[in-house]
Write a protein that binds this ligand. Structure first.
Ligand code: PGA
Length: 255
């Protein structure tokens, strides 16, 4: 936690979710009660096929809806791509960029992630930029230098619109059930905070830093208690409303 920052629990459905699964979103909205709303923000990022309907389903619940990627341009001849303008037009208010699965599956560079982040912010989307080291980078002691380079290369110089959020997701912890030790998470988050302050001045103190990678109801409270951990980016456990609400409730207990 960072004093003064409202935590964000964000769910990334990845390439999961058919129309019938919007009932899970509805249940999350129903469970996001007054007390929870006052303590944390909640976001679900379904596949783009569900974005418009999800935004309509979530209306009135204060569950935010976001996309998992965008193209850097507004419109044009880019078959299969979706722009941040289109995402906003769907009624979504948030965006994830630079997830390690995009960086790996689609070879996205820091420069591309930066351009996508700028597209999200210029459309007033809350934009979550993901960074994180691979297992071999951690084993060779390069974690902090990898994070430093990714922050330097993937973040815009100015955050004039939208809201910038960073998600630290060790690649080896995603979908594996493995989670770094609390002290390793703390070291990474304290490092990121200092980097953000160095770059943005006082604004760096207000940027939410999420942890992602095998977050579950059973470990959420411990992770949340770590300094400079301002929420979670949740993959697998965001697909079932019970698990996702279990994570939200764990946060409620200590905020
Ligand atoms: P996981 O995924 O919670 O399934 O590990 C996290 C993520 O990729 O954001």
């Amino acid at each position: 936690m960072t004093p003064g920052i409202k935590p964000l629990v964000a769910g990334n459905w990845k390439m999961n979710g058919f129309r019938s699964e919007l009932r899970e979103l509805k249940l999350i909205g129903d469970g996001f009660d007054y007390e929870l709303r006052s303590k944390i923000d909640v976001l679900i990022c379904p596949p783009v096929t569900l974005l418009y309907t999800a935004a309509a389903t979530a209306l009135g619940s204060q569950v935010k809806i976001g996309a998992q990627d965008c193209h850097e341009n507004s419109v044009g001849a880019h078959t299969g791509d979706i722009s941040a303008e289109m995402i906003a037009d769907c009624g979504a208010t948030c965006l994830i960029v630079g997830h390690s699965e995009r960086r790996t599956d689609h070879g996205e560079s820091d420069a591309e992630v930066l351009a996508k982040a700028e597209a999200g912010l210029r459309n007033d989307l809350m934009t979550i930029v993901c960074i994180g080291e691979t297992e071999s980078q951690r084993k060779s002691g390069d974690t902090l230098s990898v994070l430093k380079a990714q922050l330097a290369g993937s973040l815009p110089d100015k955050v004039t619109r939208g809201e910038l959020v960073i998600a630290y997701e060790p690649v080896w912890a995603i979908g594996t059930g493995m989670v770094p030790s609390a002290s390793d998470v703390e070291e990474a988050h304290n490092f990121m905070r200092q980097e953000l302050i160095n770059r943005y001045g006082d604004t760096g103190n207000a940027i939410r830093l999420l942890y992602g990678g095998s977050v579950k109801p059973s470990n959420a409270e411990e992770l949340m208690a770590i300094s400079n951990v301002d929420g979670a980016l949740v993959g697998g456990a965001s697909l079932k409303s019970n698990d996702f609400l279990g994570i939200c409730t764990a946060y409620k207990n200590i905020v």
